[in-house]
Design a protein around this ligand. Structure first.
Ligand code: FAD
Length: 417
């Protein structure tokens, strides 16, 4: 039976677009199916109040080896290589400097102890000091990194990311989501608002069924999040249960952002940073006036993100407004107004922020990345061995899956000839 495309890519986030770019560069035909009405997935820049705000990925982590940097520069998107705001504390905040240092030291000590825990229980909470005075701070930072409580974090996995990071965090003033969405090659056939409902193997490839019909191809690359893969939204061929099980061992954590607009009568230092409450695991980290805009971006992880995910935007605004009033004085409350709040956990086609391996399950990433029957290939941030949780890890996983698919197609054509 004749296939309409060499490869069908399921999911139009950073991984799907990375795969499409590789296939296009190799002259292979590809169809990209995206469930939602826009490209980008967890890369999403929205113009809100006149500012291009990144609701999902924002930072070019490990910028000196991040594929999006080269893509940005080749397409004329400026890259800001300056220090990130979290390197510059907002002046005049009431935090006790010694307390801040002690909290950061406690986080470093916890990371050191993770190495011992990784060789044993692998449960990151076992590296917390029982009754330690800075455990709330460690929990909040682990929540930013993983979206999870330390009880649910694999120490091995956490360290794999940390050890590989180069610590360079660059920025795209026009938005990371803008770049990702603009990077699909013009030769890729795109169908938005077309979720794949079912994938079957055929004798010479795959058949992908959507509500608009069934499309055949030599191979499929699946880039959906682990939350979607572990659920039942897509019917996969018999025999793929171990892949679903690997996805379930890599659940998506909770991370949400809240944006506030600053009234012009309040002086906030541009491109600076503040930390909410050193003693509250639900605390947010604040980017103050990013790019000089009159905006505050609050980043919440784990227990903090749960406030937004479960209580809705109003509960999130109340939480961050109270923290900001405690930091900057009660006058601040009347000078800030809600702009936007994310709801990644509630978005059915995504279902959370980024993947985190459960204790003892860090090998699930490699298990998820394996091809199935040389027809079905798996990409997405969760499949990267160390750059998981990022847009560049997602991109690189798409390249890897595209290469695997091309090799399998080449082998099959060679056998048929
Ligand atoms: C709040 C937040 C902050 C972040 N900050 C950063 C950061 O600063 N730097 C960084 O590098 N990373 C960051 N990340 C992580 C980064 O955004 C992700 O790791 C990356 O974008 C994931 O890309 P992906 O292609 O693997 O998955 P996704 O972006 O989730 O793409 C998968 C796509 O599949 C689609 N889909 C689902 N089901 C179907 C179906 N049945 N058929 C067709 N399509 C389907 C989805 O709609 C989605 O578009 C952040 C994420 C969040 C949520």
């Amino acid at each position: 039976m004749c296939s309409a495309f060499d490869v069908i890519i399921v999911g139009g986030g950073a991984a799907g677009i990375g795969a499409a770019r590789r296939l296009a560069a190799q002259g292979s035909s590809a169809l990209l199916l995206e469930a939602s009405a826009r490209l980008g997935g967890r890369a999403w820049t929205q113009d809100i109040g006149g500012y291009p705000l990144d609701l999902g990925c924002e930072w070019l982590h490990s910028g000196d080896r991040n594929a999006w940097v080269g893509i940005a520069e080749a397409s004329g998107f400026p890259v800001d290589r300056g220090e990130p705001p979290w390197a510059k504390a907002h002046p005049g905040i009431e935090h006790d400097e010694h307390a801040q240092e002690a909290a950061q030291r406690a986080y470093g000590d916890w990371e050191d102890r993770l190495r011992i825990v990784a060789a044993g229980s692998d449960r990151a909470s076992d590296a917390l000091q029982p009754g330690g005075p800075w455990n709330a701070y460690v929990r909040a930072i682990a929540g930013f990194m993983s979206g999870m409580a330390p009880e649910q974090i694999s120490a091995t996995d956490y360290l794999a990311y940390d050890d590989a990071s180069t610590g360079r965090n660059w920025h795209l003033p026009s938005g990371h989501g803008t770049l990702v969405a603009a990077s699909l090659p013009s030769t890729t056939t795109l169908r938005l608002a077309t979720p794949a409902d079912r994938i079957d193997l055929t004798t010479d490839g795959v058949a992908v069924t959507t509500r608009a019909g069934t499309i055949r191809a030599g191979a499929a690359i699946l880039t959906i999040s682990t939350a979607v893969l572990a659920g039942d939204a897509i019917r996969l061929p018999a025999g793929t249960e171990p892949w679903r099980e690997a996805a379930a061992a890599l659940p998506l954590g909770r991370n949400e952002k809240i944006f506030l607009e600053i009234g012009h009568n309040v002086a906030f230092e541009p491109d600076s940073h503040a930390y909410g409450n050193l003693h509250d695991p639900r605390s947010a980290a604040y980017s103050i006036r990013p790019n000089g805009w009159p905006v505050i971006e609050a980043f919440l992880g784990g227990d903090g993100a749960r406030i937004v995910a479960e209580g809705g935007p109003a509960a999130g605004f109340a939480h961050v407004s109270a923290e900001l009033a405690a930091l900057f004085g009660s006058d601040v409350a009347s000078a800030i107004r809600p702009l936007a709040a994310t709801s990644w956990s509630r978005m059915a086609s995504i279902g959370g922020a980024y993947s985190c391996a459960l204790p003892g399950r860090s090998n699930a990433r490699a298990r998820l990345a394996r091809p199935f029957e040389d027809r079905l290939f798996f990409a997405g941030e969760a499949t990267h061995p160390f750059d998981f949780t990022t847009a560049h890890g997602a991109h690189d996983s798409g390249i890897r899956a595209a290469d695997e698919a091309l090799a399998a197609l080449g082998d099959r054509r060679g056998e048929a000839a």
